[in-house]
Design a protein around this ligand. Sequence first.
Ligand code: ADP
Ligand code: ADP
Length: 214
Amino acid sequence: MRIVLVGPPGAGKGTQAALLAEQLSIPHISTGNLFRANISEGTELGRRVESILREGGLVPDELTIAMAAERMAQEDAQGGFLLDGFPRNIGQAKALDASLAEAGQKLDAVLDLEVPEDEVVKRIAGRRMCRRDSAHVFHVEYNPPRREGVCDVCGGELYQRDDDRAETVRKRLAVYHEETEPIIDYYRAQGLVSTISALAPVPEVTRRALAVLP
Ligand code: ADP
Ligand code: ADP
């Protein structure tokens, strides 16, 4: 199954993607996590994108599309994948469609996570991410780790992302409304979109997602 997950920053895409990917036995591909891994490893790509992430802008399409295509070409993604944070604008959505079409493939579903803005702001403010693996995500109030500052899954250090500060969050929300939201209509025209309310506990959101996926 080939699925795209959309929703504002802090909606719970990464949290749900990790759970759904496990249930569906497909890889979770997060462009945000891939960029952060490049930054922490100090790669050439990481150096080019670091200030863009810190300021909450979008990385140029050519870099993003090339990185996503490389990851999707890996063997574990041949049978399907769950994309989290990609595509993030119409240009990326068209590039994804074109590369899937070239391989005789298409998307099966686009899952749109709906969360009111005051709630995403609270989710982002309390988010803590693991330095060893950014698929390990916690929240100081809603999903606290057993030991403060320590990842329950792997013992890694938990940190607050640079771009989760209030000023940057406003910018990221504006970018979401301007650039990313239009892809929902683009995919709606293809009959692919299921919108669910993600204003519920994590397991309930997972149930809602599994109930609407084809
Ligand atoms: P969130 O889900 O909180 O919005 P992500 O981890 O998905 O955050 O993305 C973090 C940052 O990485 C974005 O603000 C942007 O700078 C960059 N990024 C991630 N995915 C893309 C993409 N598809 N296109 C451009 N930039 C991206
Ligand atoms: P996204 O990838 O969309 O930016 P995350 O999955 O990183 O979002 O979630 C943002 C924050 O909200 C994290 O701290 C996470 O623990 C928390 N969170 C995720 N889903 C829920 C939920 N259903 N209820 C409460 N908090 C949640």
